[in-house]
Design a protein. Structure first.
Length: 419
């Protein structure tokens, strides 16, 4: 009975998916059929009998191609977990020049509205992904839509045939029902290879997108590096450098007072010793912010455990034994974990956190979870967006689940090899 229930569930799910695939893939052919019917209704003697249907076919195909392809990608991802990148070209910024005209990357326009509209159509017509979508809407009805239409067609045949009193019609209805039940679990599956084959970006498009992504990552890395250098200079200038200057002045004053006022000189020497200790502490903190010694000496796992001890949270750390990675990746993960723990303390008001570091066939998986109030989101100028950009340099990803009320779960995945 259990196997029968599983099989019945597969038939039901497959039938619904087949109906959805048939409807989605047949939207554009439906427009073509309407155009043909329109031309026949007008008749061959009407001078508009070909122009009107032709315009309807062109406008309907171009207008429906992108929504249909987007829906197909969503269905394939939801049903099978296969992600098909869209690969559409993104429009650049529209900038107002000193002359008062607006530059959209292609031409100068008098108003921002005209510039945006001109840019939209230029990008649309020059985007190879648009014509890839049009090609798919012409192929999918015959490559996947016809097969997906078999189960619903069988059900229709069963309803019509079994409703008749003639034996042959009833046999035809039974045959239609058998065909519908037998093909329902499989008829929709043909959409997946067809979509992957014809909807994925071409090699040239993927290469262009990758070059643009690497260019943006390089710009982000340059900006982050410049900001880090400014931070180090500021910390040195405002902290250790100021203390060392004060230390030098105190020692010079003590030297002058050594003969005339030894007690005052000794007091200045004690203050100078305290200043030297404070300067040493600040320099150690600065070095730790640049590259923690424990990270270089003992690796990522011990560095994260040491970091967990310094955080005012109850942090549990679990990690694979002997996990060692390339130093740049370890540094990126370490500072990413540090930023997530800082957010848990400052913003989430958490009391406990859990850190997991594990490796699989794809690379390193790092999960950080806290019991805070949740509601974390990625802002363009926020720390989580910066963390996502830093991970993207290594082809890493950042996934966040933070419903209001918590808990917050963050998953970092980096494709890398263990040492």
């Amino acid at each position: 009975m259990r196997q029968l229930g599983i099989w019945a569930g597969r038939v039901g799910v497959g039938f619904v998916r087949s109906c959805v695939v048939a409807v989605v893939t047949m939207l554009v052919p439906a427009v073509w059929a309407v155009a043909v019917a329109w031309a026949i209704w007008w008749g061959a003697g009407n001078p508009w009998s070909w122009l009107g249907p032709f315009v309807l076919v062109c406008v309907g195909t171009l207008g429906l191609s992108r929504p249909v392809c987007r829906l197909v990608r969503v269905l394939v991802a939801r049903w099978t977990g296969t992600f098909i990148p869209a690969g559409y070209r993104e429009a650049g910024p529209v900038v107002r020049m000193s002359t008062g005209y607006w530059w959209n990357g292609f031409s100068y326009e008098r108003s921002r509205r005209d510039a945006v509209l001109d840019q939209k159509w230029r990008v649309r017509w020059k985007d190879p992904a648009v014509w890839r979508d049009v090609r798919f809407t012409g192929i999918a009805p015959f490559a996947a839509g016809v097969v997906a239409s078999v189960p619903p067609a069988g059900v229709v045949a069963a309803v019509l045939g079994l409703g008749q009193g003639v034996l042959a019609a009833r046999l035809f209805g039974v045959l239609g029902l058998v065909v519908a039940i037998a093909t329902a679990p499989y008829a929709w599956r043909l959409l997946v290879p067809v979509a992957v084959r014809f909807l994925r970006p071409s090699r040239a498009m993927a290469m262009t997108e990758r070059v643009e992504e690497l260019t943006a990552q390089r710009a982000d890395a340059t900006v982050a590096q410049a900001a880090e250098i400014r931070r180090i200079e500021r910390d040195l200038h405002d902290g250790a450098q100021a203390r060392l200057v004060a230390l030098g002045l105190a020692l010079a004053t003590a030297e002058k007072l050594m003969e005339t006022d030894p007690d005052q000189a000794k007091a200045l020497m004690r203050e100078a010793r305290g200043g030297a200790a404070a300067s040493l502490t600040e320099l150690r903190e600065l070095v730790r912010g640049i590259s923690p010694p424990v990270l270089n000496e003992r690796g990522l796992v011990d560095a994260v455990r040491a970091l967990a001890l310094d955080v005012p949270l109850d942090v549990a750390v679990s990690a694979d034994v002997g996990l060692r990675l390339d130093p740049p990746i370890e540094a990126a993960v370490y500072f990413g974990v540090a930023e997530l723990l800082t957010n848990a303390v400052k913003h989430a008001q958490a009391s406990r956190a859990r850190i997991s570091l594990a490796r699989d066939d794809a690379g390193l998986i790092v999960e950080v979870e806290d019991d805070g109030r949740g509601g974390a989101n990625v802002r363009a100028d926020g720390g989580l967006a910066g963390l996502r950009r830093r991970l993207a340099v290594f082809d890493g990803t950042l996934e966040i689940s933070s419903p209001p009320g918590g808990p917050t779960r963050v998953r970092m995945a980096l494709p890398c090899d263990s040492l």
